[in-house]
Design a protein around this ligand. Structure first.
Ligand code: PRP
Length: 215
């Protein structure tokens, strides 16, 4: 059999995909919360457990044949170099625009007048696209985490961040203004591997398709 390497996003996707990986027959063997590279129940499939933002890069360069990564990350990265054959239906969330619950911007972004709004986000490309599509000039402030803090301490007027249950926004006195895009975990495949390892990848995709349908 052809050996396959699957890059898995650590964090929420790793947690949410464990039942699916078991149903597909590729549950990790070993401690996936510590090991970066580990075998699975299937001797022909190994897992890499890496930061979500690195998954498209590993798959694009062929260091992994396949990957499981959020649509949010693919949109931010620009996922054109990858095949995206399956929506796994897990780790559902949305990329949303939010502000303080006492913000005048809740009446409309025009409330800022001619002042250029500051938007804090881990998704600068998505934020830029969103505001340029509506013809609004904003200043994007790139952050690496805890975006919810930025409007509370005057670093930004708005944030663009992932929302799942909405609990984090609520706990920090923020409210959602609008959804920018819906996201869920996607299975992605390296384009060259899809040709060179076609039989093995097709068989694995079929196992995933069946497991997702049964989930
Ligand atoms: C995401 C996001 C929010 C939170 C939203 O962070 O940045 O902070 O989840 O989830 P909720 O709507 O269910 O409260 P995550 O936990 O993925 O970690 P991160 O801060 O490293 O992105």
């Amino acid at each position: 059999m052809t050996a396959l390497t699957l890059a898995l996003s650590k964090g929420r996707i790793l947690e949410d995909s464990s039942a699916l990986l078991a149903a597909v027959g590729i549950a990790p063997v070993g401690d996936a919360s510590r090991l970066l590279r580990l075998p699975t129940e299937d001797p022909d499939v190994e897992l890499l457990v890496i930061r979500p933002t690195d998954v498209p890069t590993y798959v694009e360069y062929g260091a992994a044949d396949l990957g499981i990564v959020g649509k949010d990350i693919l949109l931010e990265h620009g996922g054109e170099a990858l095949y995206e054959p399956l929506d796994m239906g897990i780790a559902r969330c949305r990329l949303a625009l939010a502000t303080r619950r006492d913000s005048p911007l809740l009446r409309g972004l025009d409330a800022a007048g001619s002042r250029r709004l500051r938007v804090a986000t881990k998704y600068p490309e998505m934020a830029k696209r969103h505001f340029s599509a509506r013809g609004q000039q904003v200043e994007i402030i790139k952050l690496y985490g805890s975006m919810e803090l930025a409007p509370l301490v005057g670093l930004a007027d708005l944030i663009v961040d992932l929302v799942a249950t909405g609990n984090t926004l609520r706990a920090n006195g923020l409210v959602e203004i609008e959804t920018i895009v819906e996201s869920s975990a996607r299975l992605v495949v390296n384009k060259a591997a899809m040709k060179m390892k076609h039989a093995a990848i097709s068989a694995l995709l079929e196992r995933f398709t069946r497991a997702i349908a049964d989930a």
